[in-house]
Design a protein around this ligand. Sequence first.
Ligand code: EPU
Length: 418
Amino acid sequence: MHRDYLIIEGGRSLKGEVLVSGSKNSSLALIFASLLSEGESLLEGVPELLDVRNAIEILKFLGAKVKKVGNSLKILPKEIGCMAPDCLVRKMRASVMLIPPLLKRKGRAVVSMPGGCAIGVRPIDQHLKYFKRAGVEVEMEGGYLLLRGKKLRGCEFTFDRITVTGTMNALMLSSCIEEETYLHNVALEPEVLDLVEVLKKMGARISLKGRSALVIGKRDLKPFKHRVIPDRIEAGTLLVAGAITKGEVVLRGAIPEHLKSVIEALRRANQEVLLEDGKIYIRGKSPIKPLSLETREFPGFPTDMQAQFMALLCVAEGRSLIRERIFENRFKHVGELLRMGARIYVKGDLAQIEGVKKLYGAEVFSTDLRASAGLVLAGLRAEGITLVKDIYHLDRGYERLEEKLKKLGAKIERETQV
Ligand code: EPU
């Protein structure tokens, strides 16, 4: 694992235009979905980042041929095995989405049981509950999940709680089953809808009504050609970068409807956001007004933007409240922000942020992907030098974030720790 860190000299207003990359979470789902067919699929707009590289390695290990040209991936999974590579799977929770293609293609799947991670326990009970309902036999042995699915069946299933990858897994598996499947209480994140588009291109019939989906699958799914949606979380992070540095940033390629709750929160914080000619403009304004935010499933305010908004609210005029309702342990950035002079009090799932006049540069540690993004944003605003350590977390999910920020005028460099 590399130990790169970022050196940020804060206090510069960002200015300029920047292109938003393809969505990490869409790409991961679609890379795994390509295994549902034996033919060659083409995925465009795939971001260059660590999680995507790991997903490609997993596919290659399984026997798929993967050709990468720029941001396009050609995937030919003519013959694949049923056992996922342990060391790679453990690096990435998203690899639970290997299960439906392996069940479809091989009738069985062996994957290591995902454990907790930096942001919470993250069980997969809902995935397994649906799989069992669809006729999959599930066993656990020595930390591995052994799944067998010789006779899959359509069913009616209601998720006890809304889950993004759980919904994706149910959509993928039911897309291979010719009987009708009714899924209720599904996640409607844009990345889920992107997967629905692809499954339809592959030949499944899927109709959505509110939080319910009717899926009529096909045994022989076709390969697909698809461009992944832009990354709404990268876009949101860049918008906050504009706001926190009192800058003027223009985003190209983002989809405003995917960012409604984020744009609305920025506007409530007195930041100017304009939508024009397919671009999103932000002008950072003083004072930043305090907010009361709650993370929710889409279309609510995304948990993946919580740390970035916390950085912004550290320098707001007054007291803000953030309630984290999706993950039970997603406040690890708080300790690091305190080292930069922030005033934050956490009780359970609630963080109370007392705005301060200034943040000060410090050495801080990334604890997870979005926490690192929050620290980078705080560093851009802080007086003095901030060192953000352990940025392999950041590299998992952002495509050359420091290069994009640099292009906008930030003073930010990557160093490799020896
Ligand atoms: N949950 C259960 N049981 C389940 C599944 C989920 O209790 O079977 C709980 C989780 O523990 C969590 C909540 O339900 O408390 C929501 O989890 P969800 O399953 O929706 O999350 P996920 O699918 O594991 C995806 C994204 C995350 C993003 C969340 C929420 C991918 C690969 N990951 O995770 O992205 O935070 O949805 O929107 O799509 C990130 O990009 O930084 C990231 C963590």
